[in-house]
Write a protein that binds this ligand. Structure first.
Ligand code: MG
Length: 253
């Protein structure tokens, strides 16, 4: 029987993961192992300075007081009896596009699965909603395709789904550039001392048309294959041939 490990970074009670828990049941047995609270934007962090507690909340639903990466690591190495056929992370409440994916707990959970050689999908809803059924059905379709066709080696799929009304189709995309302006707010505490609060602001993006950002803006589901290997392979040639780094060595070396 097909087994699917389901996780997220918004916590085990979030609407997005609950919709996926339902939708993925048509494919196989779904085991949810997810953070016990919202752990958005924790990236790929691993909890190393305190122990982790595993709580059985409902049938096939486990919550952990850790990060999404903790959940995947524990699920794959301690909790699940067998290696799952697939890992799905999401559905995140909000987009994971462009540069933002480096902060994303949703994408990092899928990265952890990929590192353990489990085919992994990260799924995000780009608009705020409480009804994830349509997005969950799309995620289930992509899960089926992943199981039947397989993924490129060491690669996860980062899937971003726009609002139901906008969806025109699907685009295979590359990761675009998406940065934030005015995303650090200055405020004061009740005693007048200065504080900073990271959040808000407005995103700015590049103008390329083959990116994840452009696809969802145009109303398409964006599917981006994401590598574990972050090496800039062109950059190797620049350092070797242009810098002559290996040939010339370092002054102090
Ligand atoms: Mg989140």
């Amino acid at each position: 029987m097909t087994t699917i490990l389901l996780t997220n970074d918004d916590g085990f009670t979030s609407d997005g993961i609950r919709a996926l828990f339902q939708a993925l049941q048509q494919i196989g047995r779904v085991m949810m192992v997810a953070p016990d609270r919202d752990k958005s934007a924790v990236s790929h962090s691993l909890t190393m300075h305190r122990p982790l507690r595993v709580k059985h909340m409902e049938t096939d639903i486990i919550a952990i007081d850790g990060t999404p990466t903790d959940c995947v690591a524990l699920a794959l190495q301690k909790i699940l009896k067998t290696v799952p056929d697939l890992l799905v992370s999401g559905i995140n409440n909000g987009p994971n596009l462009g540069d933002d994916i480096s902060y994303s707990g949703t994408v990092s959970a899928a990265l952890e699965g990929t590192m353990h050689a489990v085919p992994s999908l990260a799924v995000s809803m780009t608009e705020k909603t409480t009804d994830y059924r349509y997005a969950a059905a799309i995620a289930a379709e992509l899960a089926k395709l992943t199981l039947s066709k397989g993924l490129p080696e060491n690669t996860l799929l980062n899937i971003n789904i726009p609002a139901e009304a906008a969806i025109k189709g699907v685009r295979v995309t590359r990761q675009g550039r998406r940065m934030w302006r005015n995303a650090i707010q200055e405020t004061t505490d009740p005693w007048g001392r200065k504080l900073f609060w990271i959040g808000g602001g407005s995103p700015y993006t590049d103008s390329a048309t083959d990116t994840d950002i452009h696809a969802v803006k145009e109303g398409y589901v964006s599917v981006t294959p994401i590598h574990i290997d972050k090496t800039n392979h062109e950059g190797i040639f620049q350092l070797r041939d242009d810098w002559q780094l290996e040939k010339n060595g370092l002054q102090s070396g």
